[in-house]
Write a protein that binds this ligand. Structure first.
Ligand SMILES: [Mn+2]
Length: 293
């Protein structure tokens, strides 16, 4: 692994430090903090997620296992990004993701703004992208930007057919995005449907995705702001942390080949959102761990 632009951070996620060579899952921070249209401060997010992760139990009660028992997890630290250059930062992110994939491991990105998903997901071949988000992120451009937090899912359509995208938890979009969604075949299970019809939604998502490779992107604003106040663009009317934990336990059974957790803005967080992020990640790791048993 080329590491000259990765700043090592110890302790890493969960406080554990398995060597990269032995790792099944590889974390790295991609603290992109450029395109926010409202709150910013994403650059501090990976550190806050790591801090929360070190103060939570690694034994996941709902799964009955310690995530580090069967699973080797490594953390490469934070990627040095070009503060004002989305494309250059994106190339650096994609290079690390490609290397981790080449070494047959699961990359797990700690954002950073949602824009990182475009550069990360682009590095996978033929995957489905499952998105947990309050927003569609399907604008073709936003305030003149083609590649930003508000367009990230639309940019994925530059290389993925719409049938390979699943949106969960959305409750906010523009009229143009709603019309665009109607014209495409993106599977969208909005917040109300997810909350009221959880089991059926999970069943349908599993039917759509089957045993395809899945890239999972978790925008923390999918959670109701009551449970995750420290995000860039809070959107009321979302599911609880408990509901999303349950959802991730179930989605974790899919063939997940890459993940990111994005949109935490620590300057607007009292710790609630960082702890929610860390717990959601543990739940996913427990699901991975279960599969590797
Ligand atoms: Mn988003």
């Amino acid at each position: 692994m080329q590491t000259e632009n990765l700043i090592p951070i110890r302790p890493g996620f969960g406080g554990f430090d398995f060597p990269y060579e032995k790792a099944d899952v590889v974390f790295f921070g991609a603290p992109m903090d450029v395109t926010s249209s409202y709150r910013s401060g994403y650059r501090f997010a990976p550190a806050k997620i790591r801090e929360a992760s070190a103060n939570l139990e690694t034994y996941v009660q709902s799964s009955g296992l310690d995530v580090f028992e069967k699973l080797n997890v490594s953390d490469l630290g934070d990627l040095m990004l070009v503060p004002t250059d989305v494309e250059a930062s994106g190339r650096a992110i994609a290079a690390v993701v490609r290397q981790i994939l080449k070494d047959r491991k699961i990359p797990f990105l700690l954002g950073g703004e949602h824009t990182i998903t475009y550069f990360s997901a682009k590095s996978f071949k033929d995957c489905c992208v499952v998105q947990l988000d309050a927003h569609r992120d399907l604008r073709d451009e936003y305030m003149g930007d083609k590649v930003c937090h508000a367009t990230v899912m639309r940019r994925l359509l530059d290389f993925l057919p719409p049938e390979r995208i699943v949106q969960l938890g959305v409750r906010s979009c523009s009229k143009d995005e709603a019309e665009f969604l109607d014209r495409t075949h993106i599977a969208a299970y909005d917040s109300g449907r997810l909350i009221e019809d959880h089991a059926e939604v999970v069943k349908e998502v599993k039917d759509i995705v089957g045993d395809e490779d899945v890239y999972l992107t978790v925008d923390l604003d999918v959670l109701d702001p009551a449970f995750a106040p420290g995000v860039a663009t809070p959107e009321p009317g979302g599911p609880s942390t408990f509901q999303i934990l349950k959802l991730l336990r179930e989605l974790g059974e899919l063939n997940i080949v890459g993940c990111d957790v994005v949109e935490l803005v620590p300057p607007h967080d009292d710790g609630t959102t960082a702890f929610a992020a860390a717990r959601l990640i543990y739940e996913l790791l427990a699901a991975f761990s279960k599969k590797s048993r």
